[in-house]
Design a protein around this ligand. Structure first.
Ligand SMILES: NC(=O)c1ccc[n+]([C@@H]2O[C@H](COP(=O)([O-])OP(=O)(O)OC[C@H]3O[C@@H](n4cnc5c(N)ncnc54)[C@H](OP(=O)(O)O)[C@@H]3O)[C@@H](O)[C@H]2O)c1
Length: 239
C-alpha cells in the first residue's frame, strides 16, 4: 500500500497506450499497465522498468466484464484507489481484416464487425468506468481516447463501425461526466490526431510522443480542463 497516485491504462502494451503509460509514470504516477496478451504486456513492462519507472502489469481484455471486475478487486486490495483511468484500447478491423478497395466501405462492412468494434472501443470503456469508478476519489480523472473520426461535426464516409464506436464513446464521456460530477470525477474525450502506431500506420503525421500529449495533459494538468469535453492538442474541439 502506498500514497503515490495510481493510473490505469488499457491497451498499454504498444502504441499510444504504452507511450501514455510511460509519460504518466515519468510524471510521478505508479502506472498499472493492462494488456489482453500477458506476453506482449510483459515486454512493454520490461521496457518501462528499464527506464526506472514505477509500473506493474495486470491482464485485461476490455471485452471481458470478468477481467474488469478482477482488476477492480486487485486494485482495491493492493492500491485502495485509482486516480487516473485512460481508456485507450481500441481496434480498427475495417482497415485490416477485409482487405481491398472496399475494405472501409460502409455498404459492405458486416454488422457483426460493427458490433465487434463497438464492444471493444465503446463498451470496453463502459466496463472499466463501471468497475473502477467506485475506487476513484474526488479529483480523479477519466480520459477516453476517442477520434476525430467520431466527430459528427466533421463526419466523412467509410469506417462505419469505427466512426460509430468513437461517436458513441463521446456519448459515454458526456453521460459519465454528468453522472460522476457530484463525486468530483472528471471525464473527457481526447483525439490524439493521426499517430504513427500499428493502427495509424507509418505515414501518419504525428509521433506517438506527441499523440499521447493531450491524453496525459487531461489526466494530470494542475488546472483541470473541466469535464464532459472533447480535446485535441489541448484545445476543445466540437463533437
Ligand atoms: N493511431 C492513430 O492515428 C489514432 C487516431 C485517433 C485515435 N486513436 C485511438 O487511440 C487508441 C490507441 O490506438 P493506437 O494507435 O495506439 O493503436 P494500436 O497500436 O493498434 O494499439 C491498440 C492497443 O489496443 C489494444 N487492444 C485492442 N483490443 C483490446 C482488447 N479487447 N482488450 C485490451 N486491449 C485491446 C491492443 O492490444 P493487442 O496488442 O493485444 O492487440 C493494443 O495495445 C485507440 O483507441 C485508437 O482508436 C488512434
Amino acid at each position: 500500500m502506498t500514497d503515490i497516485k495510481i493510473a490505469v491504462v488499457t491497451g498499454a502494451n504498444r502504441g499510444l497506450g504504452l507511450e501514455t503509460a510511460r509519460q504518466l509514470a515519468q510524471g510521478g504516477f505508479h502506472v498499472v499497465l493492462t494488456a489482453r496478451n500477458p506476453q506482449a504486456g510483459a515486454q512493454a513492462l520490461r521496457k518501462l522498468q528499464a527506464e526506472n519507472l514505477s509500473v506493474e502489469l495486470r491482464k485485461l481484455d476490455v471485452n471481458s466484464t470478468e477481467d474488469a471486475l478482477a482488476l477492480a478487486h486487485y486494485l482495491r486490495e493492493h492500491h485502495r484507489r485509482v486516480d487516473v483511468l485512460v481508456n485507450n484500447a481500441g481496434i480498427l478491423p475495417e482497415s485490416s481484416r477485409e482487405a481491398g478497395a472496399k475494405s472501409t466501405d460502409a455498404l459492405k462492412v458486416s454488422p457483426l464487425t460493427v458490433m465487434e468494434i463497438l464492444n471493444t472501443n465503446t463498451l470496453g470503456a463502459v466496463r472499466l468506468i463501471q468497475a473502477l469508478a467506485p475506487l476513484m476519489p474526488e479529483g480523479a480523472r477519466i480520459v477516453n481516447v476517442s477520434s476525430g473520426m467520431g466527430a459528427l461535426n466533421d463526419m466523412g464516409g467509410g469506417y462505419l463501425g469505427y466512426r460509430i464506436s468513437k461517436a458513441a464513446l463521446n456519448v459515454v464521456t458526456r453521460v459519465f461526466a454528468h453522472d460522476l460530477a457530484d463525486r468530483g470525477i472528471s471525464v473527457n474525450s481526447a483525439c490524439p490526431g493521426w499517430v504513427r502506431t500499428d493502427m495509424g500506420g507509418p505515414g501518419a503525421s504525428r509521433s506517438v510522443e506527441k499523440g499521447a500529449e493531450t491524453i496525459v495533459w487531461l489526466a494530470t494538468s494542475p488546472q483541470p480542463a473541466g469535464s464532459g469535453y472533447f480535446w485535441r492538442e489541448r484545445k476543445q474541439i466540437p463533437w
